[in-house]
Design a binder for this molecule. Structure first.
Ligand code: NI
Length: 252
């Protein structure tokens, strides 16, 4: 029923009950989970989870806030991980100007390098873009990568349409249910449902009514409900279409 396109089950917030939770998710209609990497360690944990659970797949990549130990050797390990049969994407990678842990130049350099790998091996990408919309868009255009998702999308409807023209999907999660999410609701109205992926970004960004609590994929139902309302469809139609979207992007 549900395609969870972005989760972090490697996160230490799941240490206490990870196994119990991951064992029960399929009984809540969670058909697929993509565990997104944010550094080398989380990428390897994603691989282990994918080997342990049939419905879990993983992405490997270095997040723009996790560039502490990055080097060409680390990128080579990421490249090796993408050869794994359950690795479906490079990610999450991108730009984040909200904090200045790493300079814009450093972030751009390693983002471009990871996009080069994706381009070379035709691997989809999972993009993290925060307060860096134009730079991120320009770098992706220049890279020639045309397969991926802009996770937790926060840009304008116009830019979403440009990304879709390039071949990208738009990722939407709990933020859609927040009372101040007018811009994102606008995006959801304007773009075709065939280009939207649902996600939680758990343990973060729990939707209303669980905002502020630890999030997990069971809460996708609230994201789907909201999308169904916006699109004038039933929740099960939205779940089925977004499931198909995820399969088209990551499994074809
Ligand atoms: Ni994430």
């Amino acid at each position: 029923m549900y395609f969870e396109s972005h989760a972090h089950y490697d996160d230490k917030q799941f240490d206490k009950d990870r196994e119990a939770l991951l064992t029960c998710l399929p009984t809540y209609g969670i058909d697929v989970v993509i565990n997104s990497g944010s550094d080398l360690k989380s990428s390897y944990i994603g691989k282990e989870l994918a080997e342990q659970y049939d419905y879990i797949y993983f992405a490997a990549g270095i997040h723009p806030h996790e560039l502490y130990d990055i080097s060409d050797a680390v990128l080579e390990e990421i490249r090796q991980l993408t050869m794994h049969k359950k690795c479906v994407a490079i990610g999450e990678v991108g730009l984040d100007y909200h904090y200045d842990t790493f300079s814009k130049e450093t972030q751009k350099y390693w983002f471009e390098k990871q996009l080069e790998i994706a381009k070379l091996f035709h691997t989809p990408v999972i993009i993290h873009s925060r307060e860096a919309a134009q730079d991120c868009f320009d770098i992706i255009c220049k890279s020639g990568v045309n397969k991926g998702v802009i996770h937790c999308y926060s840009g304008s409807p116009e830019m979403a349409e440009e990304y879709i023209k390039m071949g990208f999907y738009i990722g939407m999660g709990g933020v859609l249910t927040f009372p101040n999410a007018k811009k994102l609701v606008e995006v959801a109205k304007k773009i075709p449902l065939e280009r939207i992926l649902i996600e939680t970004d758990c343990p973060y960004l729990a939707p209303v009514p669980y905002r502020g609590k630890r999030n997990d994929s069971r809460n996708l139902e609230f994201v789907v409900k909201k999308l169904a309302e916006i699109k004038g469809l039933s929740p099960s139609e939205v779940a089925n279409i977004t499931l198909k979207n995820g399969e088209n992007l990551f499994f074809l």
